[in-house]
Structures are given as C-alpha cells and as structure tokens.
Design a protein around this ligand. Structure first.
Ligand SMILES: [Zn+2]
Length: 162
C-alpha cells in the first residue's frame, strides 16, 4: 500500500485572487502541473495531491465558475466528451476496478470549474471506497514528480477521440 502524507486544505487557497488553473494554462511555472492533454477548449492534468493513483483533473481553458450555468448545454457536452476520452484513457492505463468522475471546487479557494477523474484500484474494502478514497482527510498519496510525469505521458498517449 502506497504511503500517504497529511494534506492541508489551506494549501489550496491562493495568496491573492490568482486562479491556479488559469495560471497553469497560461504557462506560469509557479503553477506548473503535469499536463496530460489539451484541446482547443479544455486541458487535462495530473492532480498534484492525488488521493488515488492516476488521478486526473479536467478544466475548461476559460475561467468558468458554474458547472452548468457558465456554459451552454452544447458547451457542457463538448467538455464531457473530452472528460469521457480522458477517463477512458485513465481506465486503460490504470486498469482500476472503476472510475469515479465528479466536479467539486470552492468559491473560497479553487473557483475554476474542473472535473475529477479518479480510478479506484482493485481490492479496496467497501468502507474505504467512494468518498473515503477521494477525500484528503485521509492524506494525499506520496507520488514522485517523475511518476506523475510518466503517468501524464502514458495517459495522454492513450487518449483517442474515436
Ligand atoms: Zn481560472
């Protein structure tokens, strides 16, 4: 079982009004993430504080804050088509028991909407699945940057759009 480290939600809070996802998209190295794939509308990148191995986030390139209200239905479905492709690549690379997909975020910290694509490995006891597996209360996994970079490359190269 991989080691976990404590996670402080305060670390998600920006020092200013800075949006870490917008800064990452602009290429600000202070907010660098391991990018998995990018389309004309969205980007997929590795979660820096994963609670499961192979945990990818997908965000629109535009700074949107309402998961439905800031997009047309067509725009939402276009984004979900990308979420599908990324999740399918995560499933092929990680071979999990199942893949969780959800949108979280906070108006107090990370306002830019994003989707979590989190693969649950095989063999996790029922009481440690779902929210238990996802939440930071139980710490974040200790994953080296080199491992995140490798996962980003493997998942990115597995994405197909058929
Ligand atoms: Zn933003």
């Amino acid at each position: 079982m991989r080691k976990r480290k404590p996670f402080d939600t305060a670390s998600l809070q920006p020092e200013s009004e800075t949006c870490f996802i917008c800064e990452f998209i602009r290429g600000n190295s202070r907010y660098a993430h391991f990018e998995v794939a990018r389309t004309g509308h969205a980007v997929a990148f590795m979660n820096k504080y994963p609670t499961l191995e192979g945990y990818v986030l997908v965000a629109p390139l535009d700074h949107l804050e309402q998961v439905t209200g800031d997009m047309s239905a067509a725009g939402y479905l276009e984004l979900q088509a990308f979420v599908y492709c990324v999740a399918e690549a995560v499933r092929k690379v990680m071979e999990p028991e199942r893949v969780y997909i959800l949108s979280l975020g906070s108006q107090s910290a990370n306002t830019h909407i994003h989707w979590h694509i989190a693969p649950l490995p095989h063999g996790v006891p029922l009481e440690e699945q779902q929210y238990h597996a996802l939440m930071h209360e139980h710490g974040a996994l200790e994953v080296a940057d080199a491992e995140l970079a490798d996962l980003a490359r493997r998942i990115g190269s597995t994405i197909t759009t058929d």
